[in-house]
Ligand binder design. Structure first.
Ligand SMILES: Cc1ncc(COP(=O)(O)O)c(C=O)c1O
Length: 457
């Protein structure tokens, strides 16, 4: 595996002593009671908050014996860890009093300039003053929603849509209306129809939320020729576009499509992230917004977190300045292409009765199960068979989508992916047999459905 180079002045690193722990067992207070004495006191908006299906899965799927095709964790083993550790030390040694101090609510100015350089790869011409640095793009999603969405407002999104965004919209009591995607992304005619219908119903549509590149979970990209059409429709209906683009630079052939923001700087809020092109652990993302919106986002961010982490921002800034970050992106592309290839060839070999998208970048493929199968019902059997995925229901606001599953190929090795898909095929075959014998789980009375619990393995 190729490692990218960093210019870290050849600093040597003293060994780090092991962290001392008290050696005390956790106190019994940690166990506590499960009854919630504050049950009646929660704000109404918390009623929409629930653990995502991915989150509940992580505990089980992280066991080494399970091939997890569930979570979207980047494969970080190719990072030049020694150089990065030298870099982090150098940041503290040379800029420690800034790195460890509070900083600007909008984010470090040098980093904002560098972010503009990164975005130029997607044809975006932005001024550093348009950029707000956030704690991952997830926080940017939260800020934009907080600034624009009142309870009952509508957010229009692709069908399916990123589970983490749906969680944010739910938390702010929005209603999400999905618009069908095909293999070229959201269908402009259906978008137009949907916005016209919502306007006729007197609904207030505040945002059009899109993941135009290597969609999570869809695995498809919005075709170049559709981009201006989608923007024209949004403009005509006076709906602000929220472009969420963490995967845009991870195309397998190196082609980078122009961002929606590059075609419209007044009607689009663009979200970017270093989580997938570098590392999620620093939690650095950003938003680019029209000037007045940018001011509101900074105020919202200050009230939420005061400022993003200076230590993280300076580390990323040093990485961009001294490391071959474009080379690292190439390394990632190669790794993920190999994994995509392993996934689609294993699906063709073991699960030909299903159908799936063939992504040209990013982390995910969206798999349609054979007729009559329910991905959520099947999940406990899959985990028992030591393979995990995310059922399609996680990616729809109303919990539909049970006939699909998302497979993430980003993290396991190609060999593990093949093994995972082989196991999955066994589960699908068993489930199909059950459905043939007894009908779908929903056709059967409860006492006839015997689904092993995920803990049974
Ligand atoms: C589409 C999309 N948006 C936003 C995020 C959040 O990324 P982060 O907060 O790490 O920048 C993710 C993470 O998986 C994602 O897939």
């Amino acid at each position: 595996m190729r490692e990218v180079a960093c210019d870290t002045d050849g600093m040597t690193t003293p060994p780090v002593p092991a962290r001392q722990t008290s050696g005390q067992p956790p106190t019994s207070a940690a166990a506590g009671t499960r009854l919630d004495p504050w049950f009646g006191a929660y704000a109404e908006r918390t009623h929409g908050m629930r653990a995502s299906e991915i989150r509940a899965l992580f505990a089980v799927a992280n066991r080494p014996e399970v091939v997890s095709l569930a979570g979207g964790m980047p494969f970080l083993a190719g990072l030049p860890l020694e150089q990065l550790s030298e870099l982090a030390q150098r940041v503290v040694a040379t800029q420690g009093l800034v790195a460890l101090q509070y900083g600007s609510g909008q984010g470090d100015e040098t980093l904002r300039e560098q972010i503009c350089e990164v975005m130029r790869l997607e044809h975006i011409e932005a001024h550093p003053d348009d950029v707000v640095v956030t704690t991952g793009s997830q926080q940017a999603l939260d800020l934009v929603t907080r600034v624009f969405v009142d309870p009952g407002d509508v957010v229009v999104a692709e069908a399916p849509s990123y589970v983490g965004a749906l969680g944010v919209f739910r938390a702010y009591q929005a209603e999400v209306v999905h618009v069908t995607m095909d293999e070229h992304g959201i269908v402009p005619e259906l978008l137009d129809e949907t916005l016209t219908r919502l306007a006729a119903q007197g609904r207030r549509v505040k945002l059009l939320y899109l993941v135009p590149n290597f969609h999570n979970p869809g695995g498809v990209s919005l075709a170049l020729e559709r981009r201006p059409r989608v923007l024209e429709i949004a403009r005509r209906h006076r709906v602000l576009v929220l472009e969420d683009n963490p995967y845009g630079l991870l195309s397998f052939d190196g082609d980078v499509l122009p961002a929606l923001r590059s075609m419209d700087d007044e009607g689009v809020i663009y979200l970017g992230s270093f989580s997938k092109t570098f590392a999620p652990g620093y939690r650095v993302g950003w938003a680019v917004a029209p000037h007045a919106v940018r001011e509101k986002l900074v105020l919202a961010s200050e009230s939420a977190i005061l400022c993003p982490s200076n230590a993280s921002q300076l580390a990323i800034s040093a990485y961009l300045r001294t490391c071959d970050w474009k080379g690292q992106i190439k390394v990632y592309r190669e790794q993920y292409r190999e994994r995509r290839d392993a996934t689609v060839s294993a699906l063709a070999e073991y699960l030909p009765e299903a159908s799936w998208t063939v992504p040209t970048g990013g982390f995910y493929t969206w798999v349609k199960l054979p007729e009559g199968l329910d991905a959520r019902d099947m999940l406990p059997r899959a985990v028992t068979a030591r393979v995990a995925y995310v059922p399609g229901t996680a990616f729809y606001f109303d919990g539909s989508g049970a006939d699909h599953m998302r497979l993430s190929y980003c993290y396991p090795t190609p060999e593990r992916i093949r093994e995972g898909v082989r196991r999955l095929a066994g589960v699908v075959a068993g489930e199909a047999e059950l459905v043939e014998l007894f009908g779908t789980a929903h056709d059967r009375p409860d006492d006839e459905v015997q689904v092993p619990s995920p803990d049974a393995s």
